[in-house]
Design a protein around this ligand. Sequence first.
Ligand code: GLN
Length: 287
Amino acid sequence: MSNAPDTVAALLADAAARIGGDSPRLDAELLLEAVLDRNPTWFRTWPEHEVAPADAARFRTLVERRVAGHPVAHLLGHRGFWTLTLEVSDRTLIPRPDTECLVEATLALPLPEQARVLDLGTGTGAIALALASEKPDWSVSATDAVEDAVALARRNAERLGLSVQVHRSHWFRNLTAAGFDLIISNPPYIAESDHHLDEGDVRFEPASALVAGADGLDDIREIAATAPDWLQPGGWLLVEHGYDQGAAVRDLFLAAGFSEVETGRDYGDNDRYTLGRIGKGECNADG
Ligand code: GLN
């Protein structure tokens, strides 16, 4: 290390240069925020503030782990989603901003005042908790197949004081009560052979949250085919998927008997989710 004092400005500049990637400055600020318990406005107001040696050392350790590829969310132990701060872990997906588009789309649907809602494969609980926070009169449940994710989602619900029932279940397999007004999911949807799995932050996330067979559609196929049995007549299914999977997912929804099938876009203007409604009254289960 040089003899120059570890000012806020110098620490952030050095860290950003070491980190590289898409958002080096933001990553550095998030890590320094965690160490100093100060926000970016404070950093800009006091760039020449000298950081205590122990804090500077802690910060540099975090920066080196980021340089080694660890996601910022794993280093901090939390990630913001919607209006909530969620505990994260390396046993499940880190919530993505684009998934907030599914929350927005859900809030725009004509759902009953006291809707019964199910979030499949909830991970941290992100979608279920965002919906519960917006709609206190809804009855929100969530599943995950991974025991650690179930425990994590429950901890997040408890810490946030939100009422979400979390069950351990691989998709619908351990559920008992049907009749949901909305089933929503951000399932795994990446193809096994996708080279993105070997790059960047996803290397530190579990395959169980990311990968779904040869075409990435194995889980969406199961969810779309089974969801009609679990929905109220007139109920909705909404799933996240890859930017190039819109047409395939719409076909799966149509084959399962959904109507009003539409694909929506994310903040980057890519196809990101598809929704559909199960018919009212008429026989739709047998196609
Ligand atoms: N959108 C995520 C990614 O590309 C994948 C999320 C998922 O598989 N559900 O990293």
